[in-house]
Design a protein around this ligand. Structure first.
Ligand code: MV4
Length: 449
């Protein structure tokens, strides 16, 4: 049933996700090629891959975003496929298209689908047509203040202005009254143009205290699709997720089935393939609305892997080989509860990066503990990239026991030489509202510590 066999994969990424992809390749008997910047010569992904190629200087623009260098490395090493991981080129329609043109399988959905979901206005339109609930708002980019006022009056204040090329919270503006609309529209358009080279913005009804719930899907190239339940991602700060869990403490089996069915149907309508994620806003009354679709593997995929016992990277590779999913929705079961804490190299008081040498390191273990990381004792965290140095993931039968397990694992985790978010996570684990599952995306703003 395989259209093409994948014998060798180039991983166009670094850090824990590059290692994570290599682990699965090893289990599948697939050879791996690491690419790295000049700053990453001593990186773990370089050591664990079968081959490694330096693709440029430390700044990402010259290395991990350097398409000609990456394609050259793929040609020289004669790989069958490229796994982009997350970030960097993972959601670049251009890169996926170039891979395709070079006869290298891009491990992800078709380039056109990546492009469609990258334009948030087009994504909204497509999802609406596929029967996915969206928030009331503008069907097209907003042209001028008159149009903005007309639409805002129709949907009612407060509204939110978002960049069509944005995502992840950058360039958003909340507007609570008509008088403030024109100025904010202009500011949003200017900001969007500066940040994304695309000044196109749209308007939606603003939800005051939503939860961020996302549905993981897996779809093959033959129209088979399943969902792997939801992840609760409401606990974030400055649009950076701090921790994620699965299942959500507030989603019932009925709600899960409903959201999952909506996501699966949408995948089939748009011809989606590979792993993907539907981001939803969940209102206090239980209604959910499409926000964005991520066409990549996500940082927080492990919590879903823990509760479903499905290796998402393995499925991505099998799907890329043209294989049939081989199972149906009723084969997907949810076991227990999983939590992931993102351990960042940062000063928790000042929220600033804290790169440097890790002088001592102890990684926790024991029952139900998983650590996805690429650091080791003596490793120097470079200042050029994302500050996440590890993901601490626990799995237990209940949410309560998972929290207890996370606390003891955080207490056993030692990272000396740099500052990390471990103390912050310990405080969150002890928070009464967190323990009760009583929170929204405003949790960190209201957090007392
Ligand atoms: C919203 C919203 C409320 N109403 N849209 C933030 C990330 C970006 N993907 C969209 N975001 C939001 N969109 C409407 N119509 C609130 C947020 C939001 C948020 C969403 C998820 C997780 C954390 C958040 C923090 C602040 C605002």
């Amino acid at each position: 049933m395989k259209k093409r066999e994948i014998r060798k994969i180039l991983i166009a990424n670094r850090g824990e996700i590059a290692c994570r992809i290599i682990w699965t390749c090893k289990e599948m008997g697939i050879k791996t090629v690491a690419v790295h910047s000049e700053a990453d010569r001593e990186a773990l992904h370089v050591r664990f891959a079968d081959e490694a190629i330096c693709i440029g200087a430390a700044p990402s623009a010259q290395s991990y975003l350097n398409i000609p260098a990456i394609i050259s490395a793929a040609e020289i090493t004669n790989v069958d496929a490229i796994h982009p991981g997350y970030g960097f080129l993972a959601e670049s329609e251009t890169f996926a298209k170039i891979c395709e043109d070079c006869n290298i399988k891009f491990i992800g959905p078709r380039p056109e689908v990546i492009g469609m979901m990258g334009d948030k206005v087009e994504a909204r339109r497509t999802m609406k047509a596929a029967g996915v609930p969206i928030l009331p708002g503008s069907p097209d980019p907003i042209e001028d203040a008159d149009e903005a006022i007309r639409i805002a009056k129709e949907i009612g204040f407060p509204v939110i202005i978002k960049a069509a090329a944005g995502g992840g919270g950058r360039g958003m503006r909340i507007v609570r009254q008509e008088e403030d609309l024109a100025t904010n529209l202009e500011l949003a358009q200017t900001e969007a143009l500066a940040a994304f080279k695309n000044g196109s913005v749209y308007i939606e009804r603003y939800i005051e205290r939503p939860r961020h719930i996302e549905i993981q899907v897996l779809a093959d190239e033959h129209g088979n699709c399943v969902h792997l339940g939801e992840r609760e991602c409401s606990i974030q700060r400055r649009h950076q997720k701090l921790l994620e869990e699965a299942p959500s403490p507030v989603i019932t089996p009925e709600q899960r089935e409903k959201m999952g069915a909506v996501a699966v149907k949408a995948c089939q309508e748009i011809g989606y393939s590979s792993a993907g994620t539907f981001e939803f806003l969940l209102d206090e009354d239980g209604s959910f609305y499409f926000m964005e679709m991520n066409t990549r593997i996500q940082v927080e995929h492990p919590v879903t892997e823990m509760i479903t016992v499905i290796d998402i990277v393995r499925n991505q590779i099998l799907i890329a080989e043209g294989a049939d999913l081989g199972y149906v929705q009723s084969d997907v079961q949810i076991f227990g509860h999983s939590i992931e804490c993102r351990i960042n190299a940062e000063d928790p008081e000042k929220f600033t990066p804290s790169p440097g040498r890790i002088t001592a390191l102890n990684l926790p273990g024991g029952p139900g503990v998983r650590v996805d990381t690429a650091v080791y004792p003596g490793y120097v965290v470079p200042p050029y990239y994302d500050s996440m140095i590890a993901k601490l993931i626990v799995h237990a039968r209940t949410r309560e026991t998972a929290i207890a397990r996370m606390r003891r694992a955080l207490e056993a985790m030692v990272v000396e030489g740099i500052k990390t978010t471990i103390p912050l996570h310990l405080k969150i684990m002890s928070d009464e509202k967190f323990q009760k599952g009583d929170f929204s995306t405003k949790f960190m703003e209201e957090f007392q510590h």
